[in-house]
Design a binder for this molecule. Structure first.
Ligand code: FAD
Length: 431
């Protein structure tokens, strides 16, 4: 059943039992309430409800359960894969409380909290979360996919740190999910919730801040429309094959178009950047980075000590919403010929290729069984391409033909051992 015919009456009934906004499509604030990092998809529900607290989540769940109305949870929108076209979208970004227990080294994180908010709450205690490349990503949504943190090879998956989730189910009841509820706990840590489950909080372990060394080595490997120099690519492959577990790195390659909006050093150039993070001294960082620095001249080298609060500078990704499709493969070997395709002209610019080095603590069996994919992988190859928001939002089925980057992953498919759900995002012709 949809609620569109009765939307006003039902919106009124719901508004009486929740403290947060209850909005219909023509109400002011409806679009803002659905604000998202992903702009290539747009939810078009009958109602959007902004949960102010757990009581609101319970009320929405109970209402939806009783009326047979589907509920879609929306947090930051970084990982959106489909657009709801009916029912209720429940936004959870106001559920952003963090309570740190410095003795137990844990944080109780509400369901819509971003990693930046968790890091800010943990910092005064000298603690840091197992967060990733960007602070604006939702802590809970990220952890559903396992969560490859900045220091993943030394620390493990973010989901390895989860002690428990608090889940509100369709009956409006709240339950703790921890190792005593083995199947559900395993599923939430790796695959995520099923329809009808809203996570209102998780309790997750924190780590001592230590001395973070981080930054990127950037190389110009040639013109975007010509065969590039593969020396840095091969150096990355050899370097990561022998890297110690304390070192986590990602190779990013992108061919920039020759467009005036870009700074001159990027215009029409193919750029490779290796993001590096480790805990240790400056001497450790210099020693470990030496083989890469010797592979080719850098055009930028930002590897240096940094407070964890600045850790977004490691990957230096633009933190601005946009329309994009992300696809990925988990692989067990990095084939040199496949790697060289990153330096070949192919007529497609603006596809961002990221090769994340896995292994180390990310390969260890979990203490408590889970459904995380990638423990047997050595690398994650992720491709992201921008899409035209007008086309994808109005006709999501057209998005796949538009500019999905799956073609860029094909050379890596023979070594594929899986797919990481957290990095498969955007309109992919699924709805
Ligand atoms: C720029 C960028 C950088 C990234 N960096 C990393 C990285 O370093 N490491 C990594 O592992 N991943 C990374 N990711 C992937 C990211 O972790 C996933 O896309 C993740 O799904 C984002 O979660 P979210 O809550 O922010 O997004 P959303 O799109 O809001 O949510 C993602 C999914 O989780 C569901 N959900 C969210 N919160 C709840 C809740 N409280 N209860 C029930 N369901 C919920 C939503 O319904 C949706 O299906 C990155 C993604 C982007 C776009």
């Amino acid at each position: 059943m949809t609620i569109s015919n009765e939307a006003s009456r039902l919106a009124g009934a719901l508004a009486r039992s929740v403290a947060g906004p209850v909005l219909q499509p023509n109400d002011a604030g409806f679009a803002d309430e659905l604000a998202s990092f992903q702009l290539g998809l747009r939810h078009r529900p009958d109602l959007v409800v902004g949960a102010r607290d757990v009581a609101d989540v319970k009320a929405v769940q109970r209402f939806a359960g009783e009326n047979g109305v589907p509920v879609t949870v929306h947090s930051t929108g970084h990982g959106m894969c489909f657009a709801a076209d009916r029912g209720i979208v429940l936004t959870v970004r106001r559920l952003n409380g963090v309570v740190v227990d410095p003795v137990d080294r844990t944080a109780r994180v509400e369901g819509g909290t971003t990693w930046g908010e968790v890091a800010a709450a943990a910092a005064p205690h000298g603690l840091v979360p197992p967060s990733g490349s960007m602070g604006s990503v939702g802590a809970v949504g990220y952890t559903f996919g396992g969560g490859i943190s900045l220091l993943g090879r030394s620390d493990g998956w973010a989901s390895d740190f989860v002690r428990s989730f608090t889940v509100v189910t369709e009956d409006g009841e709240e339950r703790q999910v921890d190792r005593s509820d083995a199947a559900r706990f395993a599923r939430l840590r790796g695959t995520g919730p099923v329809p009808g489950e809203v996570v209102t909080a998780m309790t997750i372990g924190l780590l001592p801040e230590g001395n973070l060394q981080g930054g990127g080595l950037t190389f110009d490997i040639g013109a975007s429309d010509a065969e590039g120099d593969t020396a840095v690519l091969h150096a990355f492959r050899e370097w990561t094959a022998g890297a110690p577990d304390e070192l986590t790195s990602t190779l990013r390659v992108m061919a920039f178009p020759d467009e005036e909006f870009l700074p001159p050093f990027l215009r029409g150039r193919r750029i490779a950047r290796v993001a590096i993070a480790l805990r240790g001294t400056t001497e450790d960082a210099d020693r470990l980075a030496a083989p890469l620095r010797m592979a080719a001249p850098t055009i930028e080298d930002t590897l240096a000590p940094m407070p964890f609060a600045d850790s977004a500078r490691v990957h230096a990704e633009p933190d601005t919403p946009g329309p994009y499709i992300g696809e990925n493969v988990l692989i067990d070997t990095l084939d040199p010929t496949a790697l060289e395709t990153l330096a070949q002209p192919n007529g497609h610019t603006m596809v961002i290729m990221n090769i994340r080095h896995l292994g180390g603590a990310l390969s260890r069996p979990p203490e408590v069984p889970d459904t995380v994919r990638g423990r047997d992988a050595r690398y994650l190859v992720a491709a992201i391409s921008p899409v035209d928001p007008e086309v994808s939002v109005s006709d999501p089925s057209a998005a796949h033909d538009q500019s999905g980057p799956a073609w860029a992953l094909e050379p890596f498919v023979p070594a594929q051992v899986g797919v990481s759900p957290g990095f498969s995002v955007g309109p992919r012709g699924k709805n």
